[in-house]
Design a protein around this ligand. Structure first.
Ligand code: GLA
Length: 383
């Protein structure tokens, strides 16, 4: 008999199941840098996705979610080989299951049921969260080796190859590897990483959900990636970059020499943003939040003017926030054209900050944003 979700949630009556959790993420600084081989600095947030795993004796793979209506049933043999629009959100876990099986992990029948408080399409990496959650729980349950950086790479490959989104490694890596009260400084080329204490003292990190649907994101993302590749091609052809180097390895002088205005500005964002991440990491190590905030604001300006991934909603949020008393800096976070902004705000100014920002944002865009304080949390884990 198929277990109902409510039964699985009823701890008293149902033992022998295991809960797992994967968080969403916000990126503090380093946007559109992961696929250009440079440095990013995300934190995991408290919102995320919970999964309940329970083996079944019917050799069935059952996927269900409290936020989506369909229950999807597979057997080990019928897990789809490729993305299928018919199974909607189940593509994410299905892509991971298919990949784990191909890699030789022996799975029996199981129920994997999801419950999420991570808003989808808001730039908080709900897709990376469900991928990493699926991989982590199944590898744990079926006795595979838990290597969090490897899990991140596997899930990025699923996103690239099975789902068909050519994202970089940041989101999956953050969801898998972040640490409570720390920011994750990640080199997206080597995957070397460092956990830097994220100590805000009298300040707090606010996440502002613009509630703007990110309809443009997929096409514009691929376009920006292509423009970055074009910048690399130009810089290699004139000897400013060597074979095997990434766009972040170019100097600002070399970038200034790119003839095409659009390509030059895209490259300028990437190279300057990578430098900002280095400075931001140092500022955080030294507890210099004022410098950190200034770098966040500069990052937004660069995304607005050079990389052109912001738009009216995100500019209104970030620029209004930057000018409110008690705010050290603010920027859009994530892929762009909607999603969330983040702001570093003095704790005793949060209420007035929230009032002013919400009012102004609604006046300009007609939308109501959602604002909450976020801590830096642990990555994927068993509960
Ligand atoms: C999205 C992608 C990431 C990264 C960001 C921009 O979140 O999934 O890989 O490229 O955009 O920094």
């Amino acid at each position: 008999m198929i277990l109902e979700l409510k039964d699985l949630f009823d701890k008293a009556g149902n033992t022998g199941y295991q809960e797992y959790f994967a968080p969403g993420r916000v990126n503090l600084i380093g946007e559109h840098i992961d696929y250009n081989g440079g440095l990013v600095m995300p934190i995991a947030i408290s919102h995320g996705i919970k999964a309940i795993f329970k083996g079944n004796s019917e050799s069935l793979i059952q996927l269900k979610s409290t936020t989506h209506s369909n229950l999807t049933l597979f057997t080990a043999e019928t897990i789809p080989e490729a993305y299928s629009s018919e199974i909607g959100w189940c593509n994410y876990p299905a892509g991971v299951i298919q990949r784990l099986q191909n890699d030789g992990l022996k799975l029996d029948g199981f129920n994997l049921f999801f419950d999420s408080n991570l808003p989808e399409g808001s730039g908080l990496s709900s897709s990376a969260a469900i991928e990493v959650l699926t991989a982590f729980s199944l590898i744990t349950e079926y006795g595979g080796k838990i290597d969090l950086p490897e899990i991140a790479v596997l899930c990025q490959q699923v996103e690239n190859e099975f789902i068909g989104v050519k994202c970089g490694i940041m989101d999956q890596f953050a969801v898998a590897n972040c640490k409570k009260d720390h920011a994750l400084l990640l080199n997206c080329n080597t995957l070397q990483h460092e956990h830097i204490p994220f100590e805000l003292d009298d300040y707090a990190l606010l996440v502002v959900n613009s509630k703007k649907p990110r309809s443009l994101i997929k096409s514009a993302y691929n376009e920006r990636k292509a423009e970055s590749d074009e910048a690399v091609r130009v810089l290699k052809s004139n000897g400013a970059l060597a074979e095997g180097q990434y766009l972040v390895d170019a100097t600002m002088e070399a970038v200034a020499g790119i003839g095409d205005d659009v390509i030059r500005r895209r490259a300028r964002h990437v190279v300057s943003e990578n430098l900002r991440v280095k400075h931001a990491a140092n500022a955080l190590r030294m507890g210099d939040l004022h410098t950190f905030g200034r770098l966040m604001t500069a990052s937004h300006t660069s995304m607005k003017e050079d990389y052109e991934v912001t738009g009216l909603e995100m500019d209104t949020l970030a620029e209004t926030a930057q000018n409110i008393d008690g705010c050290l800096g603010a920027r859009m976070t994530g892929g762009g054209f909607g999603g969330c902004a983040i702001a570093l705000v003095r704790k005793n100014a949060i209420q007035s900050f929230t009032d002013i920002l919400s009012r102004r944002y609604e006046m300009v865009t007609g939308l109501q944003c959602e604002i909450y304080v976020s801590q830096a949390c642990d990555g994927v884990r068993a509960m």
